[in-house]
Design a protein around this ligand. Structure first.
Ligand SMILES: C[S@@+](CC[C@H](N)C(=O)[O-])C[C@H]1O[C@@H](n2cnc3c(N)ncnc32)[C@H](O)[C@@H]1O
Length: 252
């Protein structure tokens, strides 16, 4: 009887403390042991042409793809369907496909150069059959399709990066990021377009995970509707506070 009482008390305390934590955004991330995170053991060797964004190593000046995947990994589980928008040379697609062979992955990009590199890298890792590759301007060629998780590492603004770098590294970063903007989108409009369209492509209970910047929802170019979505329902992961970059995670 006493054992049952203690067990009941233990379980109640566990739920009392962990449920509110999980209901808040950051708590979900904190509950994942590092070993389960996708990015921790992924130092991928990717070929990137001169026109394609080259993700940097963890600890480098350009670790965003790696850190993004770290933050997104609690949402990626076996059996889920994942859309990677702006898949570039394949960092997320390859890391996820290696870790979770049963995840269904669609990797899309607007750039022909990126798609060529993506296919070369998938081939190199023996994953060509595991990842569906598609050319699309955001969701334009994904009409009627739904996914459990949508990842988007959109092109980002340069200022915070440039200010903290020396001149040579700054030039290198500008040249790298200039390869990842599409022709007609500024940073604000690409986020705005993605946030306007994503809902019809998420399965029930799905998540959009977007790499962005904490200044984004306050920009005067962002519509009141998107401001409301981001500030009201967007959940900001805390791990990029140091340099102002955040991910929004939103449950549908
Ligand atoms: C910062 S790079 C990230 C690449 C990759 N996810 C990674 O982390 O290595 C952004 C990618 O978004 C793609 N992109 C830009 N505008 C896009 C659009 N409108 N629709 C789809 N992809 C787009 C670029 O071609 C580029 O490959």
């Amino acid at each position: 009887m006493r054992i049952l009482f203690r067990l009941g008390l233990g379980l109640s305390l566990y739920f009392l403390f962990t449920m509110p934590l999980q209901a808040r955004c950051g708590g979900v991330l904190a509950l994942v042991p590092p070993g389960l995170r996708i990015g921790t053991d992924q130092h991928l060797n990717l070929s990137t042409s001169s026109h394609t964004y080259a993700p940097g190593e963890p600890g480098s000046d350009n670790p965003y793809s790696y850190e993004f995947l770290e933050a997104a990994s609690p949402f990626i589980q076996a059996g889920k369907s994942i859309l990677i928008l702006g898949a570039g040379s394949g960092y997320e697609a390859i890391a996820i496909a290696k870790k979770f062979p049963s995840v269904s992955i669609t990797a899309s990009d607007i750039s022909n150069d990126a798609l060529r590199d993506l296919e070369i890298n998938l081939e190199e890792y023996g994953l060509s059959e595991s990842v569906r590759v598609l050319k699309s301007d955001l969701f334009n060629d994904l009409k009627g399709e739904k996914f459990d998780v949508i990842l988007f590492t959109a092109p980002r603004p340069l200022c915070p990066d440039l200010l903290r770098l020396g001149p040579l590294d700054a030039i290198r970063l500008v040249s790298s990021l200039s390869r990842c903007t599409s022709n007609f989108d500024s940073w604000g409009t690409i986020h705005e377009r993605a946030l306007t369209q994503f809902e019809e492509h998420l399965s029930l209970g799905g998540s959009l995970i977007l790499l962005t910047d904490k200044r984004f929802p306050h920009s005067k170019f962002v519509s009141p509707q998107i401001k409301k979505t981001v500030l009201g329902e967007g959940l900001w992961t805390p791990n990029h506070e140091k340099d102002g970059h955040f991910q929004i995670v939103r449950f549908h």
